[in-house]
Write a protein of this length. Structure first.
Length: 235
């Protein structure tokens, strides 16, 4: 049974209440978790029968943390790592997520939400830190080696002024039915509209991409408007 406070946190992270209420979730008892979990005020919820990689929870973090909420509603046997970097992190992996050789990192005060029906074909990296957030609506298709990160992990600054130049704790939002092609990088404050396509090796960084457009290049630019795409390969 989902704790009401945790339900509120998920809703604040844009997980629809009606979706939450359709999920049959069971909290893993603290007695079944590593000893360092006890007293952290954190919770992991699973759908009954969900398959996790062996050792995934034991290697969840190199750091002590408090008040973390993790919900896993999909089998994720091929996730390479699921790491939590500090207090108040939130991770929601909805139904029908198929993540192959994927790495997930969620830092303190950060959130990663995959609403569901996400196909990551190989080696996707999701990295939310410094209070940043990654939100992906339903029906995503990501080709190999997609990298989605709220910031660069290291500070780049102007020598004269000391002002930070690169993103810090960005907000990334992918709309419904988005296709990220091979080697795409998404970083900083980004919105990608529903039905859009990001071409191979493109970088979307601190940009807003509209609905049903194709973008490509570094930085990404619109190359076609009024597009739609299908997983079917047909003439």
């Amino acid at each position: 049974m989902l704790d009401p406070a945790h339900r509120s946190r998920l809703i604040d992270a844009e997980v629809p209440a009606e979706l939450i209420d359709t999920l049959d979730l069971i909290e893993i008892p603290s007695s079944d978790l590593p000893s360092w979990w006890e007293g952290s005020g954190s919770s992991i919820y699973l759908r009954p029968g969900v398959l996790l990689p062996e050792g995934l929870i034991e290697t969840l973090t190199p750091y002590p943390f408090q008040n973390v909420v993790i919900v896993i509603a999909s089998d994720i046997p091929n996730v390479v790592s699921l790491l939590v970097g500090g207090d108040d992190a939130l991770i929601f992996l909805g139904s029908d997520c198929r993540l192959t050789a994927t790495d997930i990192y969620c830092g303190p005060g950060s959130s990663i939400v995959l609403i569901g029906d996400v196909i990551a074909t190989r080696c996707a990296i999701l990295d939310a830190r410094n209070g940043g957030s990654i939100f992906c609506d339903a029906d995503q298709l990501w080709a190999a080696d997609v990298y989605i990160a709220t910031d660069d992990m290291h500070r780049l600054e102007d020598v004269a002024t000391g002002a930070r130049l690169n993103p810090y704790g960005g907000r990334i939002r992918l709309g419904r039915h988005v296709w990220l092609c091979r080697d795409v990088i998404v970083s900083g404050d980004v919105e990608i509209g529903s039905g859009s396509v990001v071409g191979a090796r493109a970088m979307v960084r601190n940009q807003k991409v509209g609905d049903q457009v194709a973008v490509a290049g570094v930085p990404a630019r619109v190359i076609r408007e009024g597009v739609t795409w299908s997983e079917d390969d047909r003439p």
